[in-house]
Each structure stands twice: as C-alpha cells, then as structure tokens.
Design a protein. Structure first.
Length: 195
C-alpha cells in the first residue's frame, strides 16, 4: 500500500468484465500512478471495467458496495440504471486520466457521485453534448469576440455592424447555447469546441 492509500484509508479493487484485461491493466496502472494501490478489505471501492454501464453494474459484488464504473460507452438508460442501483461514479475510459480516476475513487469512498456531462445532459432530456449547435458565421464571430471580453459596442465596431445587430445576435446565441449569461455562452462554446 502506498502512503496516499494508508493516509486516506481507501481500499480499491479492480474487477474486469470478460475480455477487458487490457483496459483493466490500464486502470490499475492509472490507480498506481495516482498513488492508490489496489487492495481488498472492508468498505472497498470496486472499480468495474466494462464496455457498457450495464455490464459494469452486473459486476457489482452486491448491495452496499461502493461501485465505480469505467466504461467505453455510457447511454442515458445505462446511466439511469446505474444511478438507481447505487453506482457512485461512472467514467468514460476514453477520456480518463489518473487524476480523474483518483478523484472519483476518493469521491466514491466518501459517498459522492460523478457522471459524464454528456450522458447527464442526455438523461435529463437536453440536447446531447456530442451534438453542438450550428452557428452562423456572424454568430461565430460575435461569440469569439465575446470570449475575448469585448462588449457589444466594440464587437459592432469590429464587425462593421450596428450595436442593435450585435445585441440581436447575442440574444440568438444565448438561445442556441441555452445560456443565461455571456460567461455561460462562452463556457458552452469552449466545451463544444466552437471557439
């Protein structure tokens, strides 16, 4: 056991789905890189490595366990089932880092939950994060200038249009990005790689 594991008292076991030995080895290596050595014991956080959330839930040793699912794909229905069955965290294997894995393990240990943003949005009935809104060239230009911190007057001067046109474009952007503030609009644009 490493010092980090001893201090926090976190126990982790990694359980693979059939045919997931390479992915399981990668997860184990990430845990060790984060200072967590897999070890069994009372109150263990079980990291289930599977292709889908449904497969990961099936690997749970039983009720009362702290299960963290590392999956290739996360569907809205799988996420709903996982949350209903008490899974503490669901992580996508494709964008997993040692720091994220460690944070999820410690969160699961303390009872916190963590789910991928795109799957959560889809579960809640919103647009999928994988499908960014389409922007017109003017909207893209206004959004880029907003991200640089410019106000409507400067944007209008830069784009050689009226402040009223910029105001209308910002209003349209807020609707397309489902944002309440300019900062939220810029954050959404960054998340979707629009700017």
């Amino acid at each position: 056991m490493t010092a980090a594991t001893t201090v926090a008292g976190v126990r982790v076991s990694v359980v693979p789905a059939t045919g997931r030995s390479a992915a399981t080895g990668r997860v184990g290596a990430m845990l060790r890189q984060a200072g967590i050595e897999p070890s069994a014991g009372p109150g263990t956080v079980t990291v289930a490595v599977a292709a889908t959330v449904e497969e990961a839930v099936a690997l749970c040793p039983g009720p009362g366990h702290r299960l963290l699912a590392v999956c290739d794909t996360v569907s809205a229905s799988g996420l709903r089932d996982a949350l209903q069955s008490g899974v503490r965290a669901v992580l996508r294997s494709s964008d997993l880092t040692p720091a994220q894995l460690a944070a999820a393990v410690y969160g699961a240990w303390h009872g916190d939950s963590r789910v991928p943003y795109a799957a959560l949005v889809q579960l809640l009935g919103g647009a999928t994060a994988a499908d960014p809104p389409r922007l017109t060239p003017r909207q893209h230009s206004v959004l880029s200038l907003m991200a640089e911190g410019h106000g409507n007057a400067v944007i209008a001067q830069t784009l050689s249009c009226s402040p009223h046109t910029v105001k209308n474009t910002v209003y349209e952007l807020m609707g397309r990005l489902q944002a309440r503030t300019r900062a939220q609009a810029v954050a959404c644009a960054v998340r979707w790689s629009l700017i």
